[in-house]
Design a protein around this ligand. Structure first.
Ligand SMILES: Nc1ncnc2c1ncn2[C@@H]1O[C@H](COP(=O)(O)OP(=O)(O)OP(=O)(O)O)[C@@H](O)[C@H]1O
Ligand SMILES: [Mg+2]
Length: 142
């Protein structure tokens, strides 16, 4: 799923996220970008619903990585949810093993990934969420 989509509610944002996530598999790494309140966590919730791990969702704000045990087409799958908001340098990020995680057989979703250009080539998909008015969000998927 690629293109520009307009969402008029959190439910609709989750629905777009479910359609997007249905096309993901092990090895995919998603860079998710958007300002505070744009709906990144709502979008993530839709992704966890597809992989059957929605009950496990918590905000990664205070941790670099949350790992969810999920399932896709009968296969076990790990969903990795990163938040790089508090990471200050590429050196600090590299020291966490981020590069190896990204290239592993997981589905990775990375918030604030755009902060670190040397990893841009590692992403297979990019999701940009923008606030487009009261209750409206523009979702761009490339
Ligand atoms: N169309 C919409 N899609 C998603 N969220 C919406 C929409 N309209 C209103 N909202 C509201 O916007 C907020 C989005 O919050 P969310 O936590 O998902 O944002 P976020 O991008 O994760 O922010 P933060 O960077 O602070 O974590 C929620 O309060 C939600 O109810
Ligand atoms: Mg959030």
């Amino acid at each position: 799923m690629r293109g520009e989509f307009l969402s008029s509610s959190p439910e609709q944002t989750r629905e777009y996220a479910r359609r997007f996530a249905a096309g993901l598999g092990p090895g995919d790494a998603v860079c998710m970008t958007g300002p505070l309140g744009a709906g990144k966590t709502e979008f993530m919730r839709g992704i966890t619903e597809v992989f059957g791990c929605e009950g496990q969702l918590s905000s990664p704000t205070f941790s670099l990585l949350n790992i969810y045990e999920g399932c896709m087409r009968g296969q076990q799958l790990e969903l990795h949810h990163f938040d790089l908001y508090r990471i200050e340098s590429e050196g600090e990020l590299e020291a966490t093993g981020f590069g190896e995680y990204l290239s592993g057989p997981f589905v990775s979703v990375v918030e604030w990934g755009e902060k670190f250009p040397s990893y841009h080539r590692s992403y297979t998909r990019r999701v940009v969420l923008d606030i487009a008015g009261e209750g409206m969000r523009k979702i761009t998927i490339t």
